[in-house]
Design a protein around this ligand. Structure first.
Ligand SMILES: Cc1cc2nc3c(=O)[nH]c(=O)nc-3n(C[C@H](O)[C@H](O)[C@H](O)COP(=O)(O)OP(=O)(O)OC[C@H]3O[C@@H](n4cnc5c(N)ncnc54)[C@H](O)[C@@H]3O)c2cc1C
Length: 299
């Protein structure tokens, strides 16, 4: 297989046997067979059609900030965007970002061009590709409000552009989740604003995050989706699970919606805490907590 891959990707961008803990914000996860750094759409088209044809498993990695990779790692190919696939271009009130660009960097570009609307995303540690997949949101904002169009590739390597209406954005979901598209590029439509006010809003939200979230520990942010009519963190706290711990994984004291890696957690520890929390909340309040975090690989 790699004989073909090497005809598409230069060897220095094919990384064998990498520890996924170095690529996820939870800082856990075993070895992936191979990580390929993709810099061009044409490379991606060739890779995905080939990998599909030979039925080799592959996974699109954003910034690994919503991902729990098992301790035994991932048998397959991880595709990660790199270099030119992280570019950001601003044209009037429109920002076009390649899928690998970090949301935080896109938010800074917006501020630098006095464009308002993306302040909510400045503290979300994902890529814009991952942000669109999850319809990432915070503090009354979500990607749905600012996305104009999304350029996607299907698993045969065909490219299409979807507009906001066809994206089927919902709470932490979009068409990308259901149809297994790969996000290549995102076009945002923002509004002209005041640079000082935009910067102040971003700082205010960053301060709120620091005061409410256990940012000093590795995590994947909120572990669970918000169940209809409830807050996951409050249910977990009311179930008496604040500080609940297995191995190095813990329900954060500061925010029970976060499960943190206190230093030496394994992916299995984190998964067990997730399952225990689900069980106790279900038992106590008859509410099912659905993980927001994506699970990958062998545990
Ligand atoms: C401290 C902290 C705070 C957080 N706060 C928030 C918050 O306020 N709001 C919020 O919504 N989230 C939050 N998150 C979660 C996370 O940052 C977001 O869900 C983010 O959008 C995930 O993006 P990512 O690039 O890291 O995706 P990853 O974790 O790498 O991937 C997540 C999923 O998206 C898929 N994916 C990624 N890129 C692509 C692509 N280009 N094409 C197709 N599929 C792709 C992956 O295959 C995977 O299924 C937080 C996380 C942390 C650690």
């Amino acid at each position: 297989m790699y004989d073909y891959v090497k005809t598409v990707i230069p060897e220095e961008r094919i990384l064998f046997r990498r520890q996924m803990k170095d690529y996820t914000t939870f800082r856990v996860g075993g070895e992936a067979d191979c990580i390929i750094l993709v810099q061009r759409e044409e490379e991606l088209a060739k890779l995905v059609s080939y990998l599909n044809q030979i039925e080799e498993a592959y996974f699109i990695l954003g910034n690994g900030s919503n991902l729990l990779v098992g301790d035994k790692g991932y048998r397959g190919v991880i595709l990660k965007f790199d270099g030119p696939m992280e570019q950001i271009t601003v044209d009037g009130t429109q920002i076009t970002a390649k899928a690998g660009a970090l949301l935080a960097q896109v938010a800074v570009a917006a501020r630098e061009h006095s464009l308002t609307g993306l302040e909510f995303a400045a503290g979300i540690p994902g890529s814009i590709g991952g942000g669109v997949v999850m319809n990432a949101g915070a503090y009354e904002g979500e990607m749905k409000q600012v996305v104009e169009a999304v350029r996607v590739m299907d698993r045969e390597g065909q490219i299409t552009t979807l507009d906001n209406d066809t994206m089927e954005f919902g709470y932490r979901t979009s068409i990308i989740k259901n149809r297994a598209f790969i996000v290549l590029e995102v076009t945002l439509r923002l509004k002209e604003g005041d640079r000082g006010q935009i910067g102040a809003k971003m700082e205010e939200l960053a301060a709120l995050r620091r005061s409410r979230q256990p940012l000093e520990y590795p995590s994947a942010g909120s572990t669970f989706k918000r169940p209809d009519g409830y807050y996951a963190g409050k249910l977990i706290m009311d179930a008496g699970m604040r500080g609940y711990r297995i191995g190095g994984a813990q329900v954060a004291d500061k925010h029970c919606g976060f499960i943190i890696n206190t230093g030496k957690a394994t992916a299995a520890d984190i998964r067990e805490v997730i399952e225990e929390v689900q069980e106790r909340v279900k038992e106590r309040f008859h509410v099912s907590l659905e993980p927001e975090v994506v699970f990958l690989g062998d545990f």
